[in-house]
Ligand binder design. Structure first.
Ligand code: NAP
Length: 284
């Protein structure tokens, strides 16, 4: 199919379901306006059974691309023409870019996490030992980023052993060894690591995670949850003198990377970050 010819505004949007809460339209529209670009970012709640039609719609209407969120990050790949390296490596797409008549799948969660880790949290990941909780799309992006940054021992803990084995296999495809620990033994591993990353939704409702663990001042704890901005895990880490970070920084960094992919321009990080903080304030 040939993309529609248009001389109107450029448009992108986010595909997800149920897509109740998303900060992406706010961040990107602020960025477009700030740079004076004739672009608009829309919200597209799309049911799983309508995803194929939605992607055909992107082509027919000439969208510049899209962000992709739950539950479509994995299933959208089959409707795209090619996948770039990170999307291919972790089997998940969070950004689509149109290039001529082709739709290309990217994954900016990987670079979003590494830029946040190094640029914002100030962590030096080379050789660091890391415990990653969860084995979903976010965990895979974190493991890929850590492997790219030459982290030391990486251990994954997940309640579903098959999902954990999937992350181990993904790492082995990248010639990396990743260890696995049973979910109820994760707390016991905290003492031996430099960095803990929560890539599960546990804590969104104030739930405790790694209840028996104690933290040290030299450690860094990153919770990918961004709404609410802090979780009990982060608070406990900070109370022990460790550095604790929520997921907002990664969210802004992955959005900035998508923005650059679509527009070819560096994203206005400060404006996007301020917009995200404002948006979270509205949800809480
Ligand atoms: P996902 O693909 O659904 O994976 C979620 C993972 O958490 C799975 O391993 C799941 O295990 C596990 N999990 C869920 N509930 C659990 C529980 N009660 N006990 C133990 N494990 C549990 O989701 P995702 O896309 O990876 O996202 C994970 C989290 O990261 C979410 O909170 C999301 O908001 C956040 N995130 C943040 C950013 C950011 O930019 N800051 C980006 C992406 C994701 P099962 O497979 O057994 O269900």
């Amino acid at each position: 199919m040939v993309a529609a010819k248009r001389d109107t505004s450029h448009f992108v949007g986010v595909l997800g379901w149920p897509l109740e809460v998303t900060l992406s339209p706010l961040m990107h529209n602020v960025a477009f306006r700030g740079l004076g670009l004739d672009w608009i970012y829309l919200r597209w709640p799309v049911r799983p059974e309508d995803l194929a039609d939605a992607v055909a719609g992107l082509r027919a209407l000439g969208a510049e691309g899209a962000n992709v969120t739950m539950p479509h990050k994995e299933s959208i790949a089959r409707y795209l023409d090619t996948l770039d390296g990170d999307a291919q490596a972790i089997g998940a797409v969070n950004t689509v870019r149109r290039s001529g008549d082709e739709l290309i799948g990217h994954n900016t969660d990987v670079v979003g996490f590494s830029e946040f880790l190094v640029g914002d949290a100030g962590v030096r990941p080379e050789g660091a030992s890391v415990l990653v909780l969860g084995a979903g799309g976010a965990a895979r992006a974190v493991v890929k980023a850590l492997a790219d940054l030459d982290a030391g021992d990486i251990t994954v803990a997940a309640r579903n052993p098959e999902a954990a084995a999937g992350v181990v296999a993904l790492a082995s495809d990248m010639n990396r060894t990743v260890g696995e620990v049973a979910w109820d033994e994760a707390a016991g591993r905290v003492d031996g690591v430099d960095l803990v990353v929560n890539a599960t939704p546990i804590g969104m409702g104030g739930e405790t995670l790694l209840g028996e663990a104690t933290f040290r001042a030299s450690q860094c704890v990153i919770d990918l949850i961004y709404s609410p901005p802090t979780t009990p895990l982060i608070e406990r880490a900070r109370a022990a003198g460790a550095s604790g970070w929520g997921g907002l920084g990664m969210l802004v960094r992955q959005a900035a990377a998508s923005f650059a992919i679509w527009t070819g321009r560096p994203a206005p990080l400060d404006a996007m970050s301020a917009a995200a903080i404002r948006g979270i304030g509205h949800h809480h």
